[in-house]
Design a protein around this ligand. Structure first.
Ligand SMILES: C[S@@+](CC[C@H](N)C(=O)[O-])C[C@H]1O[C@@H](n2cnc3c(N)ncnc32)[C@H](O)[C@@H]1O
Length: 290
């Protein structure tokens, strides 16, 4: 709920503190007097004067994501993210009773954030996504999550030095903003798909592979703001997927936008009824530079 995380939220326009509106939790008001309505589904949109430049994943993609993730196919990924957040909090000497704040950026349905909060008793979660359909899921994904619609490329609606850990799973990273909002010992945990991810599906479905050197480029782009803590950790495993699971996997990815739905359906129908598919990504931890 937003009440759990109000102490870290900030006005996206001027960074002043947000608190409950005059008429209760139906709106949030900043110290400078800006007012933001809370949707009846429980999320709040925190965007500056120009509004949001992106809409993010649409309702169909979010439904496909929900379907695919609920099959448990990505369990090793979610375990790796939660384990790395626990390690990051241990590194910083943060105890559960400190009610640390974990923020997931581009949080989608909240599958990863909810799992991480289950693994850190007492932690509170900020789920940020630019997609309204995602925020509707985020608002109900865990009792200790507050859902915020915001653009990761803009000034994030979070106070300076307020966040214990940030997670980013296959989503945009804004290193400068992450460094601003992290507490001094805080860390970012990033899961980045690597070349070979879903390799068995690439040729038959006509989807492009993940480009080489993605992790190195991410580390390079963060220079001056964030520095890696240790080496990136490879997480690779096989998934046994039937055609419905494959359709959901493709439906939640950008490929869904690039291939005509009928063509995609035909290509999926031509696959074997069940396939062994590789999942492959790196988990990288980064702390504030300097
Ligand atoms: C590939 S999905 C990953 C979702 C989630 N992390 C997961 O793995 O289940 C990328 C997510 O980032 C969101 N997104 C894209 N651009 C964004 C932006 N500029 N700011 C915030 N979220 C963004 C999308 O709406 C989508 O939910």
């Amino acid at each position: 709920m937003l009440a759990d995380i109000i102490d870290v939220l900030a006005d996206p326009i001027d960074g002043t503190a947000l608190s409950r509106g005059d008429a209760g939790w139906a709106s949030l008001r900043s110290e400078s007097g800006h007012c933001y309505d809370v949707a009846r589904q429980g999320y709040v949109t925190l965007a500056g004067g120009a509004g949001l430049r992106y809409t993010g994943d649409d309702a169909k993609m979010i439904a496909a994501r929900e379907e695919f993730l609920s099959g448990g196919h990505y369990a090793p990924f979610v375990e790796a993210v939660t384990g790395n957040v626990q390690d990051a909090l241990d590194d910083a000497g943060v105890h559960d009773d400190a009610e640390p704040v974990i923020c997931e950026v581009g949080a989608g349905t909240g599958y990863y954030l909810a799992h991480t909060l289950d693994g850190v008793a007492g932690a509170r979660g900020v789920g940020i996504d630019v997609s309204v359909p995602a925020a509707k899921h985020l608002a109900k994904c865990h009792p200790r999550v507050g859902a915020v619609v915001a653009d990761a490329w803009a000034r994030m609606p979070l106070r300076d030095g307020s966040i214990d850990a940030i997670t980013v799973v296959f989503a945009p990273r804004n290193a400068e903003e992450f460094a601003r909002v992290l507490k001094p010992g805080g860390q970012v945990v990033v899961l980045t798909a690597d070349t070979g991810h879903l390799s068995e599906l690439r040729a038959p479905l006509g989807i492009i592979d993940v480009e080489r050197g993605k992790v190195e480029r991410m580390i390079d782009q963060a220079k001056g703001h964030l520095t890696p803590v240790g080496d990136p950790e490879l997480v690779e495993f096989g998934m046994s997927l039937d055609q419905d699971a494959i359709a959901a996997q493709i439906g939640m990815s950008p490929s869904a936008r690039h291939i005509h739905p009928e063509v995609l359906a035909e290509r999926i129908a031509a696959l074997p009824p069940r396939m062994e598919v590789t999942a492959r990504a790196y988990v990288t931890r980064l702390g504030r530079a300097g």
